[in-house]
Design a binder for this molecule. Structure first.
Ligand SMILES: [Zn+2]
Length: 469
């Protein structure tokens, strides 16, 4: 009922190399505009020949753009450049301004011309159609702030995909709950932590479980989590949902870039018309081939963006390609996000992500441990581990000494076998971790937890920090 069963852009069914080649042909024109209109890129592209960059190989020789470049460019905005050095149109041509969430520093602002807004609405329509929104969807949007990428742009995209938009976010919890119930919202668009927290609130406010509400499709992004099989299963059970679609986007580039189709095996690239995407090795910056199993960082070039375009924007999102073909008919690559490049740890010269450790830990003890699992660092900036990585795991209920020992051994063995990494599991008291309180925290710092049954962990020892913020 809520799936359109068609491709939004016919190109999504074409070979990926063909789509990429076509977008690369647009690069010389885009580069000329960047050089002529944006102070940031006039500087970066001086002395370069745009005509030489009409291919993916040509793109590889051009400089990257980082979040810091954009933030620094906005440090001293001028009247005709309110969006900083990146701005590539006069302020009078800007129709809307979007803000980054600011979770990793001062917010950065992005502009949209009328054409930008129209292309965004079209691309985000494709994104939501892929994720399961269409005629018949009554789509509840939980975002509380219109100015962020998940605000107005998401609202425009949901309507364009054919859904009935119910923008319930930003109200009091009881009012949000009753809005969902009254309007028979059947599709929920929210972050992973909101989805979990909200199910509990519904039970509190209405006195009956969330699964009785009739939400059948959950579209969730903004943080890692929904790619993990155990998290998905728990969320589907709580809501009685039939489908979970993981999604990913970036305000700096396009709020809707990747969305999971009905096959449920990874997120397809959906911004095929507007954005050129590369996969690179984060350490060397070299392009990597698009093939199943490849892992690397995503880098984006906004070939059609007018107001605040970016060239080779380093997303810091580290992904694995889960497929290049799909039963849905799309030939765009499918990915799962493994974690932030900034969160990457080094164990004896091997790269390891806290999210990967969590996934294996949860898989080794299904239904026995809390879905928040944390790496404990000696200090917030520790990246390198030469000894077993301390991994904090919270059992769901009280365990005796033998059970604790068995749980620790199973997780340590599974991590060693799957990731070739040694971890030292530290069990924390039930109730230490909560989904809402620990959103995005994959890392904690502090002294070791004494590995004995009934060990007390005091609140002041649980200082949590988000690596990279
Ligand atoms: Zn698919």
């Amino acid at each position: 009922m809520t799936s359109t069963g068609r491709l939004w852009f016919a190109e999504e069914g074409e070979d990926w190399a063909v789509i990429q080649g076509r977008r690369a042909q647009q690069l010389p024109g885009f580069l000329r505009q960047l050089r002529d209109r944006s102070a940031l890129y006039a500087d970066r592209l001086s002395g370069r020949d745009p005509a030489a960059a009409g291919s993916l190989e040509g793109l590889a020789g051009l400089p990257f753009t980082t979040k810091d470049d954009l933030r620094d460019g906005q440090a001293e905005p001028a009247e005709d450049q309110v969006l900083g050095l990146q701005q590539a149109v006069p302020t009078s041509a800007i129709e809307q301004v979007i803000s980054s969430s600011g979770t990793t520093g001062n917010p950065v602002y992005f502009g949209l011309t009328r054409r930008d807004r129209e292309t965004w609405t079209e691309a985000i329509g494709a994104f939501y159609a892929t994720a399961g929104i269409g005629p018949g969807s009554v789509a509840g949007l939980s975002t509380g702030m219109p100015i962020v990428a998940g605000g107005v742009p998401y609202a425009d995209g949901i309507r364009n995909a054919g859904g009935a938009l119910v923008w319930f976010g930003g109200q009091t919890t009881p009012r949000m709950v009753t809005t969902i119930e009254r309007l028979r919202v059947n599709t929920l668009v929210a972050t992973a932590s909101f989805v979990t927290m909200f199910a509990e609130k519904i039970e509190e406010v209405l006195g009956h479980p969330a699964r009785e509400l009739g939400v059948r499709t959950i579209i969730s992004g903004g943080e890692p989590g929904m790619g993990l099989p155990d998290v998905r299963a728990a969320v589907m059970e709580k809501w009685g949902a039939e489908r979970i679609s993981e999604v990913m986007g970036l305000g700096d580039v396009m709020p809707g870039l990747w969305a999971e189709c009905e096959a449920g095996t990874g997120m397809h690239f959906t911004a095929v018309r507007d954005v050129l995407v590369e996969l690179i090795d984060p350490a060397t910056g070299d392009q990597l081939p698009w093939e199943t199993g490849a892992e690397g960082e995503l880098v984006y070039t906004t070939i059609r963006r007018e107001a605040t375009p970016v060239l080779r924007f380093r997303s810091r999102d580290h992904v694995v390609i889960t497929g290049m073909e799909c039963s849905c008919g799309r030939k765009t690559p499918k990915i799962r996000c493994i974690g932030r490049t900034d969160d990457m740890l080094i164990y004896k010269a091997m790269n390891v992500f806290p999210t990967a450790l969590r996934e294996v830990a949860l898989g080794a003890a299904p239904g026995e441990v809390h879905e928040v699992v944390k790496v404990r660092k000696e200090s917030a900036d520790q990246v390198r581990f030469d000894e077993a990585i301390p991994l904090q795991v919270q059992p769901l209920g009280p365990l005796d000494e033998a059970q604790e020992s068995s749980l620790r051994q199973r997780i340590e063995a599974a991590v060693r076998e799957r990731l070739r990494v040694r971890v030292a599991v530290e069990l924390v008291e039930p109730g230490t971790f909560t989904i809402t309180g620990d959103k995005n925290s994959l890392v904690t710092t502090g002294p070791p937890v004494a590995p004995r049954p009934g060990a007390q962990v005091h609140a002041d020892e649980r200082r949590t920090t988000r690596s990279g913020s």
